[in-house]
Design a protein around this ligand. Structure first.
Ligand code: ADP
Ligand code: MG
Length: 403
């Protein structure tokens, strides 16, 4: 068994690991930390919930402690969402000793406070691209001393939505920097873009990329479109599910669903891009503390968020991209805990289910509900004979009802 000390980390950091209850480095930490300490560029892929944050932050903080202690931005970590940036900053504060400073630069809140922390020369900036570029364009961030760039959820940061921002930021930082890309998923296309931003990179793949966490039990329910809500309520109520994160495709869908849940007296809340940052923060806090049992979310909560008590993830709408599936269900089954993922889908979405199975390389068990999906079963079962696709099994839902 190797330890954090074996990886070459300073005692002040191995002590923090022990204090957080990290007895042993996870596989991605074992593989990535020595390369980062050496100064190498990385593409690092590992399953959701396996400690990628500490895999990059521990060696980054180690190097800052060893380097000259002066104010000024040396590390930039970019995240796709404000919630993830906040979470990463929180972790950074936990492990960074006095003298190593960090700040989150995110949209939706704290403009003045963030500006002040930049003036004070925070060493580590954890940012979402929009607000960061806003400050950068105002000349408020001195990036000349930057030594390390991290793209967390790298494939998302390099997709069409974020890439133009990343390119603008890249132009302003020294080309001698170390660049680190971390994610659980990475398509070949995005990898091509990534390689162009890296110098002689090391590629680390702890498990085949795109693989869902092995700690998650996955099930899928084929239903007719107008049975989705009834099935969701049945699952929540008859099975008394606890600590449930429900994903919808749209913000409106999330509002509608949350409304129905409220009417049915579920303690629930919602998080999506049209809510104010304080509403988003409050919703996440209440769910984390257990005050609300069901959190309805769009993909804004699909990546990176670490809430150890999430027991169930339900895809009320099947995700648009198969990668989103891996990230959404990855909100459970974290840090060695088991979790359960349920996907509700209609016959018209069978192809999306199959795309997910192709990406993850495993079949998802279909459970046919006699009331909601009976006629769907007849259609989908013919899929079984389709050559090439992964074999799937069908289990009839509700054995307990027949007893
Ligand atoms: P990822 O980015 O890979 O999805 P995170 O960095 O969010 O995963 O970590 C997931 C959880 O695992 C966090 O709660 C974190 O505190 C915990 N964790 C990280 N490293 C270890 C470790 N070595 N031992 C125990 N728990 C760990
Ligand atoms: Mg992460």
């Amino acid at each position: 068994m190797s330890t954090f000390k074996d990886l070459g980390l300073l005692p002040v950091l191995t002590d923090k690991c022990a204090a957080m209850g990290y007895t042993e480095p996870t596989p991605i930490q074992k593989q990535a930390i020595p390369f980062i300490l050496e100064g190498r560029d990385l593409i690092a892929c590992a399953e959701t919930g396996t400690g990628k944050t500490a895999a990059f932050l521990l060696p980054i903080v180690h190097k800052l402690i060893e380097g000259p202690k002066r104010p000024g931005t040396k590390v930039l970590i970019l995240s796709p969402t404000r919630e993830l940036a906040n979470q990463t900053e929180e972790f950074c504060r936990k492990i960074a000793p006095k003298g190593v400073t960090c700040t989150a630069i995110i949209g939706g809140s704290g403009y003045k406070r963030q500006m002040d922390s930049l003036k004070n020369g925070a060493n580590i900036i954890i940012a979402t691209p929009g607000r960061f570029i806003d400050f950068m364009d105002q000349g408020l961030i001195d990036l000349r001393g930057l030594t390390t760039l991290v793209l967390d959820e790298a494939d998302r940061m390099l997709d069409m939505g974020f890439l133009p921002s990343i390119r603008r930021i890249e132009k302003k930082i020294p080309s001698t920097r170390q660049t680190l890309f971390f994610s659980a998923t990475m398509s070949a296309e995005i990898e091509g873009i990534a390689y162009k931003m890296l110098y002689d990179p090391e590629l680390i793949e702890v498990s085949p990329r795109g693989k869902a966490s092995r700690l998650i039990t996955q099930t899928a329910y084929p239903v007719s479109p107008n049975s989705k809500m009834v099935l969701l309520l049945e699952l929540l109520e008859k099975d008394s599910l606890e600590r449930v994160l429900v994903f919808t495709r749209t913000k409106r869908g999330a509002d509608r669903l949350a409304h129905v849940l409220e009417k049915r007296s579920h303690s629930s809340n919602r998080i999506h891009g049209d809510r104010s940052q304080s509403q988003r923060d409050a919703a996440l806090r209440a769910f984390k503390s257990g005050k609300t049992n069901v959190l309805v979310a769009t993909d804004v909560a699909a990546r990176g968020i670490d809430i150890d008590s999430v027991q169930h993830v339900i895809n009320y709408d099947i995700p648009e991209a198969p990668e989103d599936y891996v990230h959404r269900i990855g909100r459970t089954g974290r840090a060695g805990n088991h979790g359960r993922a349920i996907t509700i889908f209609t016959t018209a979405e069978e192809h999306s289910m199959r795309a997910i199975e192709r990406l993850t390389g495993e079949k998802v068990e279909r459970v046919v509900h006699p009331e909601f999906g009976g006629h769907i079963f007849a259609e989908t079962s013919s899929v079984r004979s389709t050559a090439g696709g992964p074999k799937r099994s069908y289990r009839s839902f509700g054995g307990r009802r027949r007893r």
